[in-house]
Design a protein around this ligand. Structure first.
Ligand code: GCU
Length: 671
């Protein structure tokens, strides 16, 4: 019974022909084993036993047909001046690996080579991936190294095991049972993440609590860190800026107060005693009511640098979030989208060397589509991290199918016209995890693809989301193209479908208040204007859209001049972002020849049609998919059709009530 627990690490028996192609007679690891090579060997054994029915013996000597795991330190041949692999390896850094059919000590072997044991573990996972979903008789010639140093998950998990914006059950971190009881899930979590190259995880919510930095929780975090360490995954914690004050251990949380600086230094020392390779802190400050340095009239840089000084002696880092918007002030009346840039851009060059500024992909909040955040390309002196949301807060939770790989790719390949693509401006990536204690981890089978795509893009931000989808479908369902190919098509159409039925043509932030599921474009009475959907769509009798040009909020000026010029005119603004930047009359002539009003209606219809198509494509796969997963997916796709119809009908009815326009001929009023 396939329940999804194994994720993409299923290792189901291969077809006979594929089995015969794997000629592994033994596994050889020269030199002393380490916890990390133990993990690699265990995974290879698990994988090979699953796929071929038997696990090859471990051997001390290299013989023909060996699967050889080696670093230059373990196998002097790799370090020898004459070795052709030597230079290739040298270019792969600490975490890269290469896979090769090679002749070593006169024997024909399959080689997994790297510069470190972690590289070997990554290489083992890569070899298993190649083996489980073989590309037709291709010679094994893989070499790979991560483009980003920091590849993190951010858990928005609370200490009571609820998960902010989590749709996959309780938090996997069982704080009550830790540190003594370490769930097997932690190891499986580590395996899954290491298979993608994720090398760090922030265990707790950015809306943090002081308790997480007290001794009992440090001990619990240390127990998790012990499980994750062999897999190359460092533990980080979200720190609440006012922690010392709230714990009544200082009289202030002012970052320039010596007692505060001293408190954090001592706290860092205490954490590093328990977790010698602790990664550092993630901080949400002066945003949505969280405390921060501005409470003391200090800047984000003052706050970040104070924490950075505390962890610097231990080589720790601080990831300081740029997701800020004020509870009061000018931006309420003007444009919330501008605030992060206005607060952070002037601080470029003022952050300590071990601070990274973590920026959401777009300037509002994880919408189904946003233009890339204007801070990318605008902070040349500050290392930036991308923050993507893997959990689908605004894209239908874990019920609606939306493959985020396509969305992540769209942002990463956007040209900043200042510093190359967004991907090229990054030093790291963080993904807000969609992981919970549901049997299938992510709340739905297809949401596993979003975790997978995130991890693969963190390793290589230039990878193509379609290739990643193909890999995932082959590993998770079947390498049989009758199964994998249609699943890839479903994945690739899914995100645009969601955009069409929720927020077409650049609309945004129209979701139901606080839960963010389902439409509520009519809401206009919340305590803060910038929480109201009407603030964002600005529809009235004359038109719709948010004018962010010079005649509106001027948010467009935060982009490079070339982009600002291009998007200043609706005619040269990409259609998919039209109403993000412009307020246009309902009868504005669209490139399709339709009026804006008719185009909007057509998009909603297209979205609904898309969900029906997703369902229809799945239903025909029934004979080829295991029963449990088939049914669990089918039920969600059926419900997605209803979600889409609700979005369309509610949105059209509301906008029609505002515009007073008739429905075009042929369009039925919702019953
Ligand atoms: C969104 C989300 C919050 C979250 C916040 C953040 O606003 O709805 O739940 O805390 O983002 O990223 O900090």
């Amino acid at each position: 019974d396939e329940d999804g627990y194994d994720l993409w690490l299923r290792y189901r028996p291969l077809e006979r022909a594929a089995q015969q192609r794997i000629q592994v007679r033994s596994i050889v690891l020269p030199g002393a084993p380490s916890p990390t090579t133990d993990a690699a060997l265990a995974e290879l054994n698990k994988g090979l036993s699953g796929m071929t029915g038997r696990a090859p013996a471990s051997a001390a000597r290299i013989s023909d047909g060996a699967l050889l795991l080696a670093t230059p330190a373990r196998l002097p041949e790799l370090a020898a001046a004459a070795s052709p692999l030597r230079t290739e390896l040298a270019a792969l850094g600490d975490e890269g690996y290469l896979l090769r059919q090679a002749r070593i000590q006169g024997r024909n072997v399959t080689l997994i080579a790297a510069n470190s044991d972690i590289g070997l573990l990554y290489g083992a996972f890569a070899w298993l991936r190649e083996t489980a979903a073989p590309a037709a008789s291709r010679a094994l010639a893989v070499s790979s190294a991560p483009k980003l140093q920091l590849r993190l998950l951010n858990h928005w998990d609370n200490l009571d095991r609820t998960v902010e914006r989590g749709y996959a059950g309780q938090s996997i971190w069982d704080w009550w049972a830790l540190p003594d009881i370490k769930d097997q899930r932690y190891t499986d979590y580590a395996r899954a993440n290491a298979s993608l190259g994720i090398n760090g995880t922030v265990l707790n919510n950015v809306n943090s609590k002081p308790e997480v930095l007290t001794a009992p929780f440090i001990a619990k975090a240390a127990a998790v860190a012990d499980v994750l360490r062999p897999y190359g995954i460092k533990v980080y914690l979200s720190a609440r800026f006012s922690t010392p004050l709230e714990l009544h251990e200082t009289a202030t949380a002012d970052p320039l107060a010596p007692e505060v600086q001293q408190w954090w230094r001592a706290k860092a020392d205490e954490i590093y005693q328990a977790i010698p390779d602790f990664g550092g802190f993630l901080v949400k400050a002066n945003s949505e009511g969280q405390p921060g340095p501005q409470d003391y009239h200090r800047t984000h840089a003052d706050g970040a640098n104070m924490l950075a000084a505390a962890v610097a002696p231990h080589k720790g880092i601080v990831m300081w979030r740029a997701f800020v918007y004020a509870p009061k002030g000018a931006h309420l009346a003007d444009d919330r989208a501008k605030q992060a840039y206005e607060e952070f851009k002037p601080l470029d060059g003022k952050f300590a060397a071990n601070v990274l500024v973590q920026v959401k992909n777009g300037a509002i909040d994880f919408q189904p589509r946003e233009p890339f955040h204007p801070l990318f390309g605008a902070m040349p002196k500050t290392p930036l991290m991308m923050e993507f949301q893997i959990t689908k807060e605004y894209l239908g939770y874990s019920t609606d199918l939306a493959y985020l790989g396509a969305m992540f790719e769209e942002t990463l390949e956007s040209d900043t016209k200042a510093a190359g693509t967004v991907a090229q401006t990054l030093s790291g990536m963080a993904g807000v995890a969609n992981i919970g204690s549901d049997r299938n981890w992510a709340g739905s089978h297809f949401d596993q693809a979003n975790w997978y795509a995130y991890g693969r893009l963190a390793w290589n931000p230039q990878a193509k989301s379609r290739d990643i989808a193909a890999e995932w479908a082959a590993l998770t369902f079947s390498p049989d193209q009758r199964v994998a190919a249609p699943i890839v098509d479903m994945l690739m159409m899914s995100r645009e479908t969601v955009v069409d039925y929720m927020t077409p043509l650049g609309l945004h932030h129209l979701m139901g208040t606080s839960h963010h599921h389902g439409p509520a474009p009519w809401v206009d009475n919340l305590e803060r204007p910038d929480w109201n959907p009407v603030y964002y769509h600005r529809a009235d009798r004359n038109g719709i859209g948010f004018n962010r040009t010079a005649t509106g909020s001027s948010a467009l000026q935060q982009y490079a001049p070339e982009i600002a010029r291009q998007y200043a005119d609706p005619r040269t603004t990409p259609e998919q972002l039209l109403l993000w930047f412009h307020h246009l009359p309902w009868d504005y002539a669209m490139p399709s020849g339709r009026t804006l009003w008719a185009e909007l209606l057509a998009r909603y219809d297209k979205g609904v049609a898309g969900t029906k198509s997703l369902h229809a494509r799945w239903v025909v796969l029934k004979p080829l998919i295991d029963a449990r997963r088939y049914t669990e997916v089918e039920q969600r796709l059926a419900r997605q059709i209803n979600n889409a119809i609700l979005w369309r009908d509610a949105s059209i009815a509301y906008f029609q009530s505002v515009s007073g326009l008739p429905l075009p001929p042929g369009v039925q009023a919702p019953a």
